[in-house]
Design a binder for this molecule. Structure first.
Ligand code: AHM
Ligand code: MG
Length: 339
């Protein structure tokens, strides 16, 4: 029976993550397929981590391991599991030269032969927002891919590139659905895992963030420790009908901001004067995604996150990220207060 607009169809026009990656690769005849292979490793890792997250209570892997990570923060059992999954899955791909994880003090230098096939460094936060796990809240994985610089004097120096050099970046949100969002620098694509067929299905092509949105996302419990400009912005937002939305997991908060508009903030505080979030594992990849979707990502007035020059792979940065009009409003308040 010919399909018409009224008859419901059981067979959707499915584009999977794998299909989309191969289609993008085909548009670049010079491509070797190495990046596609990495993205496919990330998608397999995402499916494995999603299944652990879903079964966490049943597998008795909730709670802390009792150790701290390099940031001095309590590691959850699932932080360790997600880290292992990514290290193993990516570590086997011969295109990967170096892996750096928020959970490991030192990067893993895997393959650095000058004439070898290794071309990329992969950095990730394996399970962002993991303190949400115990209460069945959303968590995520964030990744950033940099080109491996064979000319660097020390292999690790290859990692210390500004975010503007990222080749690809993305996140996986483990929520009511598992969502895979990424960019290779030509727009943002979004996929949702269809558990019935075990594949990520394309749901958004060239996603655009709304130009504005009356919603701010920040841990207001820290408000008294924020610089005056942030407090002035919050006064402005509250006097102008804004909603407050904060999941406590950057992936969930940035995901909502990308779809609905608004601004996500992690300001400097008196306790953490450089902010809490990590430049290379969290801020850079999210900044690339949001800019690719038409948004803005700054650390302060005139400080584009993607232009920050890292000196340490674990360094932190303040984050003001979201709809362009809303980021501008925050910056105006920071400038007015002399911040
Ligand atoms: P994590 O990587 O240790 O999970 O910490 C990062 C998380 C972000 O996902 C979230 O935005 C922020 O920390 C929440 O911090 P806070 O509890 O201070 O609001
Ligand atoms: Mg994190």
């Amino acid at each position: 029976m010919p399909a018409d607009s009224k008859s419901p169809s059981l067979v959707r026009d499915l584009v999977t993550l794998q299909g989309q990656i191969l289609a993008q690769q085909a548009r670049h005849p010079e491509a070797t397929g190495t990046l596609s292979w990495l993205l496919s490793a990330l998608s397999i890792s995402a499916k494995i981590i999603a299944s652990h997250v879903r079964r966490a209570r049943l597998e008795d892997v909730l709670g802390a391991v009792g150790s701290s990570n390099v940031q001095g923060e309590q590691q959850q059992k699932l932080d360790v599991i997600a880290n292992e999954v990514l290290l193993r899955t990516l570590g086997r791909r011969e295109g990967v030269a170096i892996i750096a994880s928020e959970e490991n003090e030192e990067p893993m230098i895997l393959r650095t032969e000058k004439d070898g096939k290794a071309r990329y460094c992969v950095l990730f936060d394996p399970l962002d927002g993991s303190s949400n796990l115990d209460v069945c809240g959303a968590v995520g994985t964030i990744f950033s891919i940099l080109r491996y610089d064979r000319r660097a004097a020390h292999a690790e120096d290859s990692l210390l590139q500004p975010g503007s050099s990222q080749v690809a970046a993305g996140y996986i949100l483990y929520g009511p659905s598992t969502v895979f969002t990424f960019t290779i620098g030509n727009g943002v694509d979004m996929f949702v895992l269809d558990p019935a067929i075990g594949a990520f299905v394309h749901v958004e092509r060239e996603l655009r963030i709304p130009a504005s949105g009356k919603s701010y996302s920040v841990n207001e419990g820290n408000r008294l420790g924020f610089p005056a400009g942030y407090q002035a912005y919050l006064d402005f937002a509250q006097n102008n009908g804004y909603s407050s939305r904060y999941a406590g997991a950057m992936v969930a908060d940035v995901h909502r901001t990308l779809l609905k508009g608004g601004v996500f903030l992690y300001p400097p505080t008196t306790k953490a004067p450089a902010g809490k979030l990590r430049l290379m594992y969290e801020a850079n990849p999210m900044a690339m995604l949001v800019e690719q979707a038409g948004g803005k990502a700054l650390a302060g007035p005139g400080q584009r996150i993607l232009d920050e020059r890292p000196t340490n792979i674990h360094q932190r940065t303040p984050v003001i990220i979201g709809s362009p009009d809303e980021v501008d409003l925050v910056i105006q308040h920071l400038q007015a207060s002399g911040a």
